[in-house]
Ligand binder design. Structure first.
Ligand code: SF4
Ligand code: SF4
Length: 227
């Protein structure tokens, strides 16, 4: 289902502000795609490994946050988001959408609010200020790094004639191939702890403690295996 757009092709200096009134309507009936960094943040929040988190809280081979049968996000409770400090990027950006082209050009869309949303728009700040308030920086950086990884992975799979013709959804295309159990490191590109455990065992390196260092080594490991 496409989401109606209010304003498109905004940039970081565009006037924007949003006051959320915590009605929690936007935490229902969504499909929230996750990258390995977002999974690792949520897993740390829950005191789980990424392998355990993927098994308990995701669907679609680890790439989509699990929602309950009544349509609510599994992390929504009476007080609101129970993983707020580690919520995924899309939850931080709402009601903005961020788009980055293959050439690295970024723009934002302002989407229509949920029916019943009690939030209010204003224009006394900028998108850049809103992103800072939401702590979106590390999440956007991780999203860009993992998009680049997925594109490289797709290229490697196509070189090996393993990938079907590229659809618009890079994540789905990579998943159709890497979900194969005979693929060896079939989940390594999404399951950071599992990949690092394998890679560090093979290479004799210690598993980094810091999440940013883990992410960098995870990307290196997946690229090494893809090559
Ligand atoms: S992670 Fe938190 S903010 Fe995001 S949909 Fe779930 S409850 Fe809402
Ligand atoms: S629907 Fe709007 S007001 Fe309600 S929690 Fe989401 S952003 Fe805030």
């Amino acid at each position: 289902m496409s989401i109606p757009v209010r304003k498109s092709h905004l940039n970081r200096q565009s006037p924007f502000g949003y006051a959320c009134n915590r009605c929690l309507e936007c935490c229902r009936f969504k499909k929230i795609q996750l990258n390995p960094y977002e999974i690792a943040r949520l897993a740390l929040n829950r005191g789980l490994s990424t392998t355990e988190f993927i098994a308990r809280h995701t669907t679609n081979g680890g790439t989509v946050l699990r929602f309950l049968e009544d349509g609510a996000c599994g992390f929504l409770d009476a007080q609101g988001c129970s993983v707020h400090p580690d919520r995924p990027l899309v939850c931080r950006l709402y009601p903005l959408g961020r788009h980055v082209t293959f050439l690295g050009v970024e723009h934002f869309n302002q989407i229509e609010s949920e029916p019943g949303c009690l939030g209010t728009f204003h224009a006394s700040g900028t998108i850049d200020q809103f992103l800072a308030e939401q702590g979106a920086g590390p999440f956007m950086q991780a999203a860009d790094l993992y998009l680049d990884l997925l594109l490289r992975l797709l290229e490697a799979l196509q070189d090996q004639e393993l990938a079907p013709a590229q659809s618009g959804d890079v994540l789905a295309t990579v998943r159709t191939v890497t979900d194969r159990p005979e693929g060896g490191h079939d989940l390594s590109w999404i399951d950071m702890d599992r990949a690092l455990s394998d890679y560090c065992k093979q290479s004799g390196l210690p598993v980094p403690k810091d999440l940013e260092a883990k992410m960098a080594l995870h990307i290196k490991a997946v690229l090494t295996w893809a090559a």
